[in-house]
Design a protein around this ligand. Structure first.
Ligand code: GRF
Length: 200
C-alpha cells in the first residue's frame, strides 16, 4: 500500500470462536503498512461468541446482530462503520439479500471443504468433515468464495488442499483443514482488498 491509499474497511461476521478472525488480524498486523485492509467491525449473532472477545482484545469495534434476518438493519449497521468489504468467518446465519446485493463482489466466506462438494445448507462444522470421510475422499481443504443468495454457492476465489489420512476422524480432519483456513483466508482477503483498492 502506498501512503496515499487507505486500507479497505473490512467487517468480519462470526458466530463462533473466531480463530479465522484472529488469523486475519494477525496477518494484517504482520503486513504493517503493506496491509490492504483493516478490520473496522466484528459483528456476531451471538453475544457470547469467542470472536467478539477476540475482537475486543484486539481493540476492534464489536456489535451484536440482534435480528440476523433483518437485511435493512444489517445494512445500516455495516454502513454506519463505512464497511467496504465483508468477510464471513464461521458466520452461521443466512446473510440477507439486501446485504449481498449492496456488497456484491465484496463479500466473501470461508468453507472448510473443497466446494462445490460438501457445501450447502446444514453443511457446517463437524458434519462437513464427517461427510468427506464417509465419501472416501482422498483430499479436503478450505475454499474462499463469493457470497450470493445461496449457501456456499458463490464463485470460488481460492482453495487450499490438505490430505485426508487413513484413520482420520472428523476432529483430526477439521484441525488439519483449520490450519489451511488460517493460511488461506487472510492472504485471499489481502489480495481481494488490493484488487478493490486499485479498481476505483
Ligand atoms: C471454520 O471451520 C470455518 O470454515 C467455518 O466455521 C469455522 C469457524 O471457526 N465456516 P472459527 O470461529 O474461525 O474458529
Amino acid at each position: 500500500m502506498t501512503a496515499s491509499t487507505s486500507p479497505v474497511r473490512l467487517a468480519v461476521l462470526a458466530s463462533g470462536g473466531g480463530s479465522n478472525l484472529q488469523a486475519i488480524l494477525d496477518h494484517f498486523e504482520s503486513l504493517g503498512d503493506e496491509r490492504a485492509a483493516e478490520v473496522v467491525l466484528v459483528a456476531s449473532d451471538r453475544a457470547e461468541a469467542g470472536a467478539l472477545a477476540k475482537a475486543r482484545a484486539n481493540h476492534v469495534t464489536t456489535a451484536v446482530i440482534v435480528k440476523p434476518a433483518d437485511g435493512p438493519a444489517l445494512v445500516r449497521l455495516l454502513e454506519m462503520h463505512r464497511t467496504q468489504c465483508i468477510a464471513l468467518a464461521g458466520y452461521l446465519k443466512f446473510v440477507p439479500a439486501e446485504v449481498t446485493a449492496h456488497w456484491h463482489g465484496r463479500i466473501v466466506n470461508i468453507h472448510p471443504a473443497l466446494l462445490p462438494k460438501f457445501g450447502g445448507a446444514g453443511m457446517y462444522g463437524r458434519r462437513v468433515h464427517a461427510a468427506v470421510i464417509a465419501a472416501g475422499e482422498k483430499e479436503s481443504g478450505a475454499t474462499v468464495h463469493h457470497v450470493d443468495g445461496e449457501f456456499d454457492r458463490g464463485g470460488v476465489i481460492a482453495q487450499e488442499r490438505v490430505p485426508v489420512e487413513a484413520g482420520d476422524t472428523p476432529e483430526s480432519l477439521a484441525a488439519r483443514v483449520l490450519v489451511a483456513e488460517h493460511h488461506l483466508y487472510p492472504r485471499t482477503i489481502q489480495a481481494l482488498a488490493v484488487k478493490l483498492s486499485t479498481s476505483h
